[in-house]
Design a binder for this molecule. Structure first.
Ligand code: ATP
Length: 300
């Protein structure tokens, strides 16, 4: 059993398009407690993914499948991965910018490494970066700077603990959509002034100013995002922003009570709200360890 914790982006700047077609980024990732749970077991036969969540693909397009196939190959094993069943208990909203698929992939790499006889962490990092830009972050978590496509990770001093309210609008935004809209708006010469938000905590990272360059293009197509942000601010959030490529919006709160007060009022128009909190790198490491559950032997 392994937990796959979601993230929010405390900042996300886009610096144009690279020769390989990816956007050059500078982002600040922050782990949160909200998590999926993966149960990986050995069973003779083909590799299988199970999930009750309709949004989770069960075929080779699942990032957990890609992680399994890539690690299998990197370990020098022939053919497709096998003898493994993965059950994904999905809690992290999909197409929300919370990195759910990437978190699952990273967690599955840790579980497969355990199940398949071990793998050095350097190999896991290499495999992670090959499957998706955000996945290397999920191997260490906490507060971290992501450069390049977001795959080059530099740990930052942890953000002091905050309560987090996530508002998941009734619509999702795929990562590809958000970047297409960003490019379209740039081509049309549209540019928004950046509104910096200072996080009022004794914390030496000036990298996190809660600016998200993907937010204006998404807001132009979904103005509800601004309404939610304002609702969080009016409710006492020290800062609020869209996470990653959206559609989820989050607010940081100093107290649990203040965060809880927002859950009801912001759950309207089909939106869902989630209460969670930030995780430091140490907490993340402890909570993301693979737990080997033994099934007690049956006594007849
Ligand atoms: P990100 O913050 O990485 O942009 P996101 O919220 O946009 O994340 P995900 O929730 O990770 O996106 O999933 C987006 C799509 O990825 C889904 O619609 C689904 O088809 C596909 N997908 C692949 N693997 C998974 C997985 N393990 N869990 C959820 N979705 C997955």
């Amino acid at each position: 059993m392994v937990r796959a914790h979601a993230k929010v982006n405390l900042d996300l700047r886009v610096f144009g398009t690279r020769a390989d077609g990816f956007h050059e980024l500078r982002t600040v990732f922050q782990s949160i407690e909200l998590h999926d749970t993966l149960i990986c077991t050995e069973r003779p036969g083909p590799f299988v993914i199970k999930s009750r969540a309709s949004a989770v693909p069960l075929d080779r397009s699942n990032l957990v499948w890609k992680a399994g196939a890539a690690l299998w190959k990197a370990l020098g094993r022939p053919g497709d991965p096998c003898d493994t069943v993965v059950t994904i208990e999905k809690v992290i909203p999909v197409e929300a910018g919370l990195g759910g698929g990437s978190a699952d992939a990273a967690a599955s790499l840790l579980a497969f490494a355990r199940l398949w006889g071990g793998a050095p962490v350097t190999l896991l990092r290499e495999v992670a970066a090959g499957i998706g830009s955000d996945i290397p972050f999920f191997l260490s978590g906490g507060t971290a700077l992501g450069l390049g496509r977001g795959e080059e990770i530099y740990p930052l001093v942890d953000l002091p603990g905050h309560w987090v309210v996530i508002v998941q609008p009734a619509f999702g935004v795929s990562t590809a959509e958000a970047y297409t809209w960003y490019d379209e708006d740039r081509a049309a010469g549209l540019k928004e002034p950046r509104e910096l938000q200072v996080l009022p905590v004794p914390w030496p990272s000036r990298a996190a100013q809660m600016v998200n360059d993907l937010e204006p293009p998404v807001v132009r197509r979904h103005p509800e995002i601004t309404e939610i942000k304002m609702g969080l601010k009016d409710g006492g959030a020290v800062a609020s922003s869209m996470s990653g490529s959206g559609s989820a919006v989050f607010g940081l709160f100093r107290t649990r009570a203040a965060a809880v007060r927002m859950l009801g009022p912001l759950a309207k128009g089909g939106a869902r709200t989630h209460l969670t909190r930030t995780l430091t790198r140490d907490e993340y490491e402890r909570r993301s360890r693979v737990v080997a559950k033994r099934i007690p032997a049956r006594i007849n």
